[in-house]
Design a protein around this ligand. Structure first.
Ligand code: T3D
Length: 266
């Protein structure tokens, strides 16, 4: 039997999905997209999963679209052109929207280079932790494309127009440490500490009030389209919803009793 293109491993309430085409730096093929979609659907449906980690096997996180895939390779002059937009619409758009709507927090554990759509996918996760040897490359301009998989939306929001355009136009490699300094990612950690850092963060998020964390993502994402009045209204609506749930009662009771809280809503 051939090896899984997306490996799935559970440790307590943390599920780790590992992109597994290391010989091509985990570049996406249609088959890998399909396995990842199935793995994400399974994680959504598993009540015991309270945090998801996305990472890559080998020395890369993900080099974006597999450019050797006949579905996307440019055709000879005279033949009808390849429609890369169709690949984006069929695979990357649903993937990015799905990650952004996961019912649990999602950590991108960027173990190595993240290029093209691989970078966009990492940056679309809730928190990005990268090994110091990792890097981020907006590789699109080098092959005559615009950033996709959410890149045009994410980059200016994360690092402002000036940095977004410089990264996207040059396609230069941005080392993880600079990515952290620029505010592109949450954290860059020494390679030797990377696995432990990701494990500890994921376990910590898994023990937190999942519903509130996911609502936090929603409110923060929606706030960029709102004025302050609407943001205040939206916060109030979420607080009404969350304060009726178990985790709020448990959080307050635990605080008052000076004991650790046991959260269970999802
Ligand atoms: O359908 C669509 O196109 C729509 C979606 C587009 C979204 C996109 O993601 S467009 C951008 C696609 N990605 C790229 O352009 C990145 C291409 N890769 C690179 O520029 C470099 O590989 C890296 C800078 C990421 C890493 O460089 P390096 O020197 O560390 O490794 P390498 O030797 O280039 O790569 C190692 C192997 O992975 C190599 O295979 P080999 O020679 O050992 O058999 C290389 O061909 C393969 N590989 C790397 N990236 C891809 C890939 N194979 C297919 N597709 C790739 N994207």
């Amino acid at each position: 039997m051939s090896e899984a293109l997306v490996m799935v491993a559970d440790a307590g309430a943390v599920r780790t999905l590992t992109l597994n085409r290391p010989s091509a730096l985990n570049a996406f093929t249609g088959a890998m997209h399909e396995e990842l979609a199935q793995a994400l659907a399974a994680a959504e449906a598993a009540p015991g999963v309270r945090c998801l980690v996305l990472t890559g096997a080998g020395r890369g996180f993900c080099a974006g679209q597999d450019l050797a895939d006949p579905a996307v390779a440019p055709r000879e002059a005279g033949a009808p052109p390849t429609d890369v937009g169709d690949v984006v619409e069929r695979f990357y758009k649903p993937l990015v929207l799905r990650l952004r709507a996961m019912p649990v927090p999602v950590i991108a554990a960027v173990n190595g280079v993240a290029a093209g759509a691989g970078a966009s996918i990492a940056l679309g996760c809730d928190m990005v932790v990268a090994a110091r040897s990792a890097s981020f490359i907006q590789a699109f301009s080098k092959i005559g494309l615009v950033p996709d998989a959410g890149g045009t939306w994410l980059l200016p929001r994360l690092v402002g127009r000036a940095n977004a355009l410089a990264l996207a136009m040059t396609g230069d490699k941005l080392p993880a440490e600079q990515a952290q300094q620029m505010g592109l990612i949450w954290k860059c950690v020494d390679d030797a500490l990377f696995a432990d850092e990701v494990r500890t963060l994921a376990a910590r998020l898994a023990a937190m009030p999942t519903k509130a964390l996911v609502a936090t993502r929603s409110v923060i994402d929606a706030s960029s389209q709102m004025n302050l009045t609407d943001a205040l209204t939206s916060e109030g609506q979420w607080q009404s919803c969350l304060s009726a749930a178990h985790d709020y009662r448990e959080g307050v009771a635990a605080f008052l009793a000076k004991r650790p809280a046991v959260f269970s809503d999802r």
